[in-house]
Each structure stands twice: as C-alpha cells, then as structure tokens.
Design a protein around this ligand. Sequence first.
Ligand code: AMP
Length: 286
Amino acid sequence: MYLFKKVEDLQAYLSRHQKTHTPSIGYVPTMGALHQGHLELIRQSKETCALTVCSIFVNPTQFGDASDLDNYPRPIETDIEQLEAAGCEVLFLPSVAEVYPQDIAAFRLDLQGLDQTMEGASRPGHFDGVVQVVHRLLDIVQPSHLFMGQKDYQQFAVIKYMLQQMRSAIQLVRVPIVREEDGLAMSSRNVRLSEIGRKQATYISKALRQAKKDVAEYTLEETKARAVAFLIANGMDIDYFEIVDGDTLKSVSDWDDAPIITACTVVQVDGVRLLDNKVLKELEVG
Ligand code: AMP
C-alpha cells in the first residue's frame, strides 16, 4: 500500500495511475479507528474500482467540542495493518494544514434543513464541517466512486444532496450497515459499553427489525410508537426515534409520502450514543 501525506504526492501518483489504467478510482473517507464496517467499504470499492484510496483524517471542523476532537482514538499502526490486509492500494493521511490551506475558502452549502434534524439538532455546525471536508477531499482525490456507510444515514443524505447540487458525476455508493452477530451496528464506540450495556444495546436493532415488519400492518405513526414503547419497556434511554423521508429527512406519516422511508434512532447506553437506522421502504429508481 502506498501512503501519502501530501496532496501533491497523492495527486502525482493518481495522475500516473490514470494514464496507465482504467480511470475508476474508489474513495473511502474515514476518521480511522477502523473496524469491519470500514473494511466493508474498502471491499466494495475494490470490487467495483481499479484503484481504492482510503483517507484517515480526523476532521476538526465537524467537532463542536475540542475535547472530543482531542480524545478521538488514533490507532494509526493497526489501521494501516488492517488496510494492508484488506488490499487497499492507497492511504492518504494528511495533516490539518494540508486539508485546509489558508488560501482556500471554506466550502459552504445551504443544506435546506438536512443539517437541522436528528444529529444536527444536538450538534450545530457538524454537517457544515462534514460538507466542507468531503468537498475538499473529493477535490483532492477526484474519484469516480465514493463509498459511504449507511450507518451514518444523515451524513450519507447530506453528501448525496451536496453531490446533486454540484451536478457531480461521482457515483455515491451506500454501503449497508455491518453488524455484530447479535445485530448491534459496528462502531468504534461499542468498546465503551459495559458487559450489561453491550447486551442491552441489542434492543436497538431488534426495535428496527420489528419496525420493518410492522409497516406491513401498522401506520408509520403506530410503527414508531411501537418501537419507542419497545425500547422504553427494555429500559432504553432514547435520544430520538424518527421515521423520515430518506432524502429530505423530514418526518413522514404516510407510506406514499416518499420513495425512500427510513427509521433513524439514537439510544444512549452507558452514556454512549449509539446510532442505528433501517430503510423501511425503497422504490427502485429508473
Ligand atoms: P468514520 O471513520 O466514523 O467517519 O466512518 C467512515 C465511514 O465508515 C463512514 O462512511 C461510515 O458511515 C462508515 N461506517 C462506520 N461504521 C460502519 C458500519 N458498521 N457499517 C458500514 N459502514 C460503516
């Protein structure tokens, strides 16, 4: 695997690659502390593209709290080993100064409320930071395909909107959530759960699986009420449980209101915010 820290060196390599190979470049942006979920993005990129570029960059502009940024895990040696083993061809490991040179203005986009609900409600400015960094990284890497996890559904919806607004030709691929055997969505935060908390956390995916079944029999409002009641009955501390239009992220009450309908939830276990979601409806487009 090639490792580049400088934009210039990465771009020199990528332009050499594009001259000699088919130009498909798959890009997987991450903040490191990699687990099987991240590696699934690499796997899908390798399956589709001639070359896979992964970046590890802990983006300061998406953290509201400086101590969260400082405390973000950075196990770079094991990350590199995992990427090597997964067959990732290129790792981009830039510094903050490399991603945000002083003479490039921050990219901003009116997110039409996508940034105000759910995660955005408790993290003002977070999605502006996500848009800023992904826009800049895409400009550096110039991929043909961008692989992002469904795990961060709102983030995916924000980047999908950004690419639409830019009339970008980049193909955005939504990679399904990789789960532990008992259903818990993989996350670097899971290690912070106690033994009891780890068991309780399985109620989250159970509630979402049940919601997916319930929509055949109940209205969306009833489905949501049943999921919330199930989580509360099992002692869960719910931050939110929303059933939304999968593109606009606005609440939907009618099954026919949107082509994609997704249930998104955050539940706190042992003080750890656990995100999960399930697509309840998705019409094939085209
Ligand atoms: P992060 O390093 O947390 O910014 O995540 C990098 C990418 O990995 C994002 O596109 C995430 O949505 C994705 N990701 C994280 N966890 C999972 C998972 N369990 N399954 C699939 N993708 C994931």
